[in-house]
Design a protein around this ligand. Structure first.
Ligand code: GMT
Length: 377
């Protein structure tokens, strides 16, 4: 098979869409393709040198005539420059706004056969899609792409319901690097954190935005901790942090709740955890669930958007209604107080992560889309 030249644009800082875009680029490079990241800074997961991955930084000049620096135009211009010079076959953009529009502009500038693949990740539809100043633009970006994918069936449906684009949207699930996310021995790490051997560990990882409902995690933990000796690891940071830390103080949980801030080596933190809580009201997929499952951690999540496509109810964890703290705590207690059930769910979580979200298969799905586009010419 011909090796391809692929441009990738994403938000390079912490966030699931940037993680998926970067991991995809790395795995495609390992298959011999030439990868060009066109982003505002070095993607944070691009933590190793590859001979066939190049990073092209989008720089925005500030002039006094501009009230706002024109990042979108600088990105489109950089995409066109790189596409022309490197003879890219495809530009794959992650997150519709502004990336799909910038790619469309770049395609107009270079002419020729440049193909655009757009992957929708969630809030680009479920939040921005409700903004009337952007919704028409998002639909235009989707319809102008050569192929469009979304990370769950739920997100495909929401996109059609909300924007009604005249375009086929395919589901391609998210994936993790199985060489990183697997269960490790964390006996000494647990001791370093001052967690007793028989104490259960519950973990929540997010960007602490309102939609993640981290306060529900703390309220549920408060109930769980009345029955079970446990610690709660809160990983990440964001706008709700002040309110969450106040709640932890008000509920007198300071000794049980560990605030770890943003962390890189999540695999180690998952490996010492017994349960993952993700109680969002909006979540197109929930990549952090898959990361936890691959490390053998059963999950209790909300019945929201794409979460039921990741957690297999009663097999790898449980689903509860958004905000139903009582039910969430009951499910968590049931799971944490029954070693046999916990072991079964932990094993099933690893199996589902490997089989349903098999990395090689998912990378091939993207690769097939690129080849199909090239073959169309
Ligand atoms: O979770 C976030 O708010 C970050 C956001 C992003 O754009 O990076 O995550 C979205 O994309 C991830 C990767 O596809 C999904 O796993 C997350 O579920 C999705 N977040 C939401 O839908 C809120």
């Amino acid at each position: 098979m011909k090796k391809l030249k692929i441009g990738i644009t994403c938000y390079p800082s912490v966030g699931g869409s940037g993680v998926i875009a970067t991991e995809l680029g790395k795995l495609l490079a390992e298959r011999g393709h030439e990868i060009h990241f066109i982003t505002s800074s070095l993607p944070f997961r691009l933590n190793k040198v590859y001979c066939n991955i190049t990073f092209h930084e989008v720089e925005v000049n500030q002039y006094s005539v501009f009230k706002y620096p024109p990042y979108d135009l600088a990105l489109a211009s950089k995409m066109a420059e790189v596409a022309k010079r490197e003879k890219l076959d495809v530009i794959h953009v992650h997150y519709a706004i502004p990336h799909a529009i910038c790619a469309y502009l770049a395609k107009q500038m270079v002419g020729g056969d440049l193909k655009i693949v757009t992957t929708l990740h969630g809030t680009d539809i479920t939040v921005l899609g409700y903004d009337q100043s952007l919704s028409e633009m998002i639909r235009f970006g989707i319809e102008s792409s050569d192929r469009v994918t979304a990370v769950s069936h739920a997100l495909v449906k929401q996109t059609y319901d909300l924007l009604k684009p005249n375009k086929k949207i395919e589901t391609i699930y998210n994936f993790i690097d199985e060489r990183v996310y697997y269960k490790k021995d964390t006996y000494s790490l647990k001791r370093e954190f001052g967690i007793k051997e028989d104490e259960k560990v519950i973990i929540h990882v997010s960007n602490f935005r309102k939609v993640k409902r981290v306060q529900d995690v703390v309220h549920a933990f408060h109930l769980i901790n009345k029955e079970i000796d446990a610690k709660l690891l809160l990983v990440g940071d964001g706008p709700e942090m002040t309110s969450v830390s106040k709640l932890v103080r008000d509920l007198n949980l300071e000794k049980q709740v560990l605030f770890l801030g943003k962390q890189d080596n999540l695999d180690e933190l998952y490996s010492m955890s017994d349960l993952k809580l993700l109680l969002s009201e909006k979540e197109s997929f929930g990549l952090v669930l898959l990361e936890a499952m691959a490390c053998g951690v059963p999950c209790v999540g909300t019945n929201a958007e794409g979460i039921p496509e990741v957690i297999v109810e009663g097999e790898t964890g449980y689903l509860c209604e958004v905000g139903d703290i009582q039910a969430i705590a009951e499910r968590a207690i049931q799971l944490l107080s029954n070693d046999v059930l916990h072991k079964q769910m932990s094993e099933k979580a690893i199996q589902v992560a490997k089989e349903v979200f098999h990395t090689g298969t998912i990378v091939s799905e993207y690769e097939n889309i690129y080849y199909e586009l090239i073959d169309e010419d």
